[in-house]
Ligand binder design. Structure first.
Ligand code: TRP
Length: 433
């Protein structure tokens, strides 16, 4: 089975090194695993929830697209697209909204964070909360469920959203699946080792702490300058260092191998100066990032290449999303009037194409049964029985024992029948059970 791996990045900012290590790199790595199929998208509808500065969103999505392409996404194996290029996602968003409990959304961390701040500030609970923010997890569920993703690589802060997507999928499956799983239940995939990269001050690298290291911005010098700002203690070169007293080693370990990292740790403990340590860190990161940065700059200089890649991705994505959405529309009762109806009940639909036993009572007061072929032709007609139970027993015996029953009881069952056709019909029925 092919594992579908899907992830999205909100296009409100310029990704920093933490975003690269925590989200982009693992998604790209996962996409190269055999047996996987990747979906990577720019969550620009989500961006509108957080940001009302059009220029910033526009710049961010261009940069994000260039970053992913430059970072080595294989556009053959991975479908890369803008969320806003897939109208099916917003339609699915509505279908899901209609089955999502408001109470579930009340418990969303993002929403609760906003209301907590309001309450602490003595404001009204929902002050400044838009419906976009409140329903953020539903749109995210639509992103994921649209492509029936199995795995969603995300940061820890997003785990709750994936759980909500599962809840919503389960509810939808239960209501409309007729026993089938319309949606795959997705799983969050948090890369355990370095899901959260520390920033310059040792806290989680985040724009809100203003402690980030840029990915490509400012070129090599930007990287070098940021690393120079990592907070260290004032131990002099030659003095043994505590490698865990700041973020240098952890940042290094996000790029270096286990051996490289162990060697670096030993050097710090042996007294490597912080200045030299920062230079090492810079060089190690640059070894990975430098070649990508070159590709990135070439792409940014040719936006038509990026546009073409995203258009191709959108076409691939929609080829999956459009037929699936049509089936989902039909499942909830808003399908086309003329398209072949999606069976309300698969069993019923199969029955229609199968031979069928019918039991009935005639005006003579006796009980009869007959076997009709799938096309309605009469294959077998019983004589009248005193009671219905007896007729029923013949049917069960025919179903269980097949044609042999006819040899046993020709008198009760009609003559002039094609034994072969009856045998075939009975076999068909037992296969379908
Ligand atoms: N909410 C995610 C974030 O802020 C971005 C996102 C939107 C996403 N839709 C998604 C991530 C679907 C994974 C899957 O990081």
């Amino acid at each position: 089975m092919t594992i579908r791996v899907l992830t999205g990045i909100t296009t409100t900012g310029t990704p920093h090194l933490g975003n690269y290590v925590g989200a982009i790199r693992p998604a790209i790595a996962a996409s190269y695993q055999d047996g996987t199929e990747g979906f990577l998208f720019l969550a620009d509808f989500h961006a509108l929830i957080k940001c009302d500065d059009p220029a910033r969103i526009a710049r961010s999505r261009l940069e994000m697209a260039a970053i992913w392409l430059a970072a080595g996404i294989d556009t053959e194996r991975v479908t890369i697209y803008r969320q806003s290029d897939i109208p099916e996602i917003t339609e699915l968003n509505w279908l899901l909204t209609c089955v999502t409990a408001k109470g579930l959304m009340n418990r969303s961390h993002a929403y609760k964070a906003a209301t907590d701040i309001n309450e602490a500030a003595g404001e009204e609970t929902d002050h400044g909360v838009t419906m976009g923010l409140f329903c953020y997890p539903v749109l995210m569920a639509a992103d994921i469920l649209m492509f029936n993703a199995h795995q969603v690589p995300v940061g820890r802060d997003q785990i709750q959203h994936i759980e909500m997507a599962r809840d919503i999928a389960q509810r939808f499956n239960h209501l409309y699946g007729q026993g089938k799983e319309l949606f795959v239940l997705p799983e969050a995939k948090v890369s355990e080792d370095i899901a959260l990269l520390p920033g310059l001050d040792g806290r989680k690298m985040s724009k809100s702490y203003d402690n980030t290291i840029p990915l490509f911005q400012g070129r090599a010098k930007g990287l070098q300058d940021a690393i120079a700002k990592i907070v260290t203690d004032s131990r002099m070169p030659g003095e043994p260092k505590d490698p865990d007293s700041n973020s240098i080693l952890t940042l290094y370990s996000a790029f270096g191998t286990t051996e490289e990292t162990a060697a670096f740790r030993a050097e710090l403990e042996a007294g490597l100066g912080w200045g030299v340590a920062k230079r090492r860190l810079y060089e190690r990161i640059e070894r990975d990032i430098g070649p990508m940065r070159e590709r990135y700059e070439a792409l940014i200089a040719n936006p038509e290449k990026i546009e073409a890649a995203l258009q191709a991705g959108a076409a691939k994505a929609r080829a999956i999303a459009a037929p699936f959405l049509a089936a989902l529309r039909a499942a909830v009762g808003i399908g086309s009037f003329t398209a072949a109806p999606i069976p309300v009940d698969k069993a019923e639909a199969t029955k229609a194409a199968l031979p069928v036993f019918k039991q009935y009572r005639e005006a003579d007061g006796r009980f009869y049964f007959k076997l009709n072929a799938a096309d309605g032709r009469l294959l077998l007609q019983s004589h009248g029985f005193e009671n219905g139970k007896e007729a029923g027993q013949w049917i069960s015996r025919l179903k269980q024992e097949g044609n042999a029953v006819l040899a046993d009881a020709p008198a009760q069952l009609a003559e002039n029948i094609s034994q072969d056709e009856v045998a075939q019909a009975l076999a068909q029925l037992s296969e379908a059970e």
